[in-house]
Unconditional design. Sequence first.
Length: 291
Amino acid sequence: MSHEKKAIKATYFSIIGNTCLAVIKGLAGFFGNSYALIADAIESTTDIFASFLVLFGIKYSNKPADKNHPYGHGRAEPLITFLVVGFLITSATIIAYESIINIRTPHDLPKSWTLFVLGAIIIWKEYSFRLVMKRSLETNSSSLKADAWHHRSDAVTSIAAFIGISIALILGNGYESADDWAALFASGFILYNSYLIFRPALGEIMDEHLNDDLIAEIRKVSYQVDGIIDTEKCLIRKAGMKYHVDLHAIVDANISVKEGHELAHNLKDVLRSKIPELGHVLIHVEPHKYS
């Protein structure tokens, strides 16, 4: 299965899962008298729209190169990630605001059965995080990684809700707001996760140097190609699920221009064959300096 198909399949998994959970949390929060669960439902609802954005970003970023986009459309993916972060910040702000309102407003204790609902949700969201994160690492997708962190954020907000409801039920009257304090804490965690998602996407847009392991692998493969004596500069920039490479390869200074050209093409073909996540590979031939 291609990287694109894996990423799209994982995104559909997120959309279906978040839709079901938003309904379950909303109903459980309303009938169970728990704003923490309602806050959870709000986040899951924003997650649905965020996952649709991720789906659009993955499909668009994998469009082939054209005249106006010779390096492809991969940079659309981190831009989509920024929008996903915007959804997270918006949901955190709404949750925080409503939590503060509810803390000041007297209300009844949550229902004890909501804890069973939350327990099942926590297990499911942690499983979802691990599955989607695995796919994001397999496909090198920054927006899919953001989607994975949505699941982890959801799991943590559910844990906070579980703790808040437990405190309210154990300590009884006078501690009804523990549930709302839990939702407020969860909003802070969502904001923190927003930064963790935003930072790598910003690095991708700015061509930040973050690929030492890939550079080492490129050099290792290059040394296996006959005629390549050494490598010099190796610059990498990520765009979507692909890595574009500028590599300086050192060859025998006495070979012809034609032979050097053929070596460069051979090296490019070998690199793209051995390392499938590479996109454009530009080889600059340097003459070997004999001492």
